[in-house]
Write a protein that binds this ligand. Structure first.
Ligand SMILES: Cc1ncc(COP(=O)(O)O)c(C=O)c1O
Length: 395
């Protein structure tokens, strides 16, 4: 069966060059990067080369990069590592659960947290953050690109507000890194998270940028690895993979990759919306990463559409998740003010560096016909017969 993978915000496939770079470190280059013999030195050199590569992608210094087990650990380190009991934290309602649930835990631990809302395009208003500042505010943590809508937040403006208020600024850039230029100097952040498996490196890898001079409390205790910021033997092959993926991403960004990808994404949106009534793009009009589109198709269940598309060979994801045995609409779409029904009728389509025009053409063909098929059996959907009816179907 012909299979097309358009769920790259969930995870990306390893690029062959990344695998080739990692392979020797599972076999002959297996040393512990902390050992002083030549096996160890070889592994250490590879880790430091990867650190230089990740730093270059972010316009950071190599010493400011801490390798972690992924985006979740980077987010936890960026949040728990910068605050103490009694501090106030500002975050948003549309964070990934790695930040959202860390903040919930902070509340249990005696911190206060303000969750700022978003507009109907899932954008935070920086002035809401300014207004939320308190004398005991210690940290602002705002996602750079939302994983569901792909919408980019005004992180540079938020960085200026944090600097003026002398407050730490952490940004979860897991879905931004490798898709748009990410420059920690321009953002003015103190900490920034990335994940390897969103940029074609392996799952279980990631990094946190921590600005030079920032005292961060580690999450785990052990050896003095990663300049005492993250104890534990380094995952050398994984780190090598992140370094290679960062190098590839840097070239891709410089060679106009984002414009080509956005062109494919936009063509998909245009074509699907032209051929399907009562449908639209969530977050349309806001600046977005080039690979993501979040589409709603009124009168059907996103979950049912994801399953029906999968049966035809197309992998995408839905705007709802199973939580405590029930299908809950996405907290991101709900925070945008979307009715629950429409949030449940949404799917996310996300492209990767391996995505071809043929893949997008397949999606352009399959999505409208599958939506039409599901609506045929929907008890609530009535096919519009005139433009007027169509407007009613959408409203
Ligand atoms: C925005 C965002 N932050 C954090 C994470 C967690 O990263 P990881 O899967 O590497 O733990 C994800 C993963 O989906 C994400 O999209």
């Amino acid at each position: 069966m012909h299979r097309v993978y358009l769920d790259n915000n969930a995870t990306t496939p390893l690029l062959p060059e990344v695998f080739d770079a990692m392979r020797p470190f599972y076999l002959e280059g297996f040393g512990n990067a902390s050992s002083i013999h030549s096996h160890g030195q070889h592994a250490r050199a590879a880790v430091e080369k990867a650190r230089v590569s990740v730093a270059a992608l972010l316009n950071a210094r190599p010493a400011e990069i801490v390798f972690t087990s992924g985006g979740t650990e980077a987010d936890n380190l960026g949040v728990f590592g910068l605050v103490a009991r009694g501090d106030h934290v500002i975050t948003s309602a549309i964070e990934h659960h790695a930040v959202l649930n860390s903040c919930k835990r902070l509340e249990q631990m005696g911190c206060e947290v303000t969750y700022v809302g978003v507009n109907d395009r899932s954008q935070v208003d920086p002035q809401d953050i300014r207004r939320a500042l308190r004398p005991n505010t210690r940290l602002i943590s705002i996602i750079m690109a939302n994983n569901e809508t792909g919408v980019l937040q005004p992180v540079e403006e938020i960085g200026r507000i944090a600097q003026e208020a002398d407050v730490f600024f952490h940004t979860d850039a897991v879905q931004a890194v490798g898709k748009v230029p990410v420059d920690v100097q321009k953002i003015g952040c103190d900490a920034l998270s990335l994940s390897g498996h969103k940029i074609h490196a392996p799952q279980g890898t990631g990094a946190l940028f921590i600005k030079k001079g920032t005292l961060i409390q580690p999450l785990s205790y052990g050896g003095s690895h990663e300049r005492q910021r993250r104890a534990g033997t380094e995952n050398v092959p994984g780190i090598v993979g992140v370094g290679k993926a960062a190098e590839i991403a840097r070239h891709w960004l410089a060679d106009g990759g984002p414009a080509t990808m956005a062109g494919m994404r936009d063509a998909l949106e245009d074509s699907v919306l032209r051929t399907t009534d009562a449908a639209g793009v969530n977050g349309l009009g806001a600046p977005r990463v080039p690979n993501t589109t979040n589409l709603y198709f009124d009168h059907i269940e996103g979950e049912a559409l994801v399953i029906a598309l999968d049966l035809k060979g197309l992998a995408v994801s839905s705007g709802a998740a199973c939580s405590s045995g029930a299908i809950e609409p996405s907290h991101v779409l709900v925070a945008m003010g979307m009715p629950q029904q429409r949030a449940r009728a949404s799917i996310r389509v996300s492209l990767g560096k391996q995505t071809t025009q043929d893949d997008v053409d397949f999606a352009i063909r399959i999505i409208p016909e599958t939506v039409a098929r599901l609506r045929e059996i929907s008890p609530v959907y009535k096919k519009p017969v005139s433009k007027n009816d169509e407007k009613q179907a959408v409203s």
